[in-house]
Write a protein that binds this ligand. Structure first.
Ligand code: ITT
Length: 183
């Protein structure tokens, strides 16, 4: 069994779907933790993991995700959580108005195996839409259209999002690692 530390039910749902398919038993450790302000998603993810390691008696992982918008020089990136809570998707659309729309999601998983932290990352490139679309998913999903698709992530089901997402790319690398670790 492995614990996933997150306060976000949707993240857990997406990850559980992938791990169950790989026959890995994952348990939701529902917990909100303080995140440092740092320049990269990698640093934030590692710092959070290091702070929690020692407090949990089993192996666990967590992940930090950021939305990086090219015409805003990568903003909100490591501030994605704060920006979603404050100006939200409507605020992002207002900020962009007629600018370019290229963007990427980046997920960095940090896994504490009892001795050290190992990281796995995944990226999804796409475009910020002109309006919010769809009722599925969470966070920035209604304004993100993956490259090669017409639908926003919020117009996709969990399996559709999982077939391409930043989170699933990172999780599949992690699953691969866990398999080798257990050999
Ligand atoms: P944790 O407890 O796991 O930290 P969180 O929701 O605070 O949950 P993050 O800090 O990683 O997670 O997320 C930063 C912001 O990006 C937050 O507002 C999320 O809603 C949003 N976000 C994360 N993953 C996303 C995804 O796959 N699609 C859309 N928005 C996402």
């Amino acid at each position: 069994m492995i614990k996933f530390v997150t306060s976000n039910r949707n993240k857990f749902q997406e990850v559980k779907y992938l791990m169950e398919a790989a026959r890995i038993d994952v348990e939701w450790h529902e917990m909100k933790y303080e995140e440092i302000q740092a320049d990269t998603t990698e640093e934030i993810s590692r710092d959070s993991c290091a702070k929690i390691a020692g407090g949990l008696d089993s192996r666990f992982f967590l992940e930090d995700t950021g939305l990086y918008i090219d015409p805003l020089n990568g903003f909100p990136g490591p501030y994605s959580s704060y920006v979603q809570r404050t100006i939200g998707n409507k605020g992002i659309l207002r900020l962009l108005h007629n600018n370019g729309r290229d963007a990427a999601f980046l997920t960095v998983i940090s896994y504490w195996n009892g001795k050290e932290i190992v990281q796995f990352s995944g990226e999804l490139r796409g475009k910020i839409s002109y309006t919010e679309r769809g009722n599925n998913g969470f966070g920035y999903d209604p304004i993100f259209i993956p490259d090669g698709y017409e639908k926003s992530l919020a117009e996709m089901t969990v399996p559709e999002k999982n077939a391409i997402s930043h989170r699933s790319i990172a999780v599949l690398k992690f699953i691969d690692y866990l398999r080798k670790e257990d050999e």
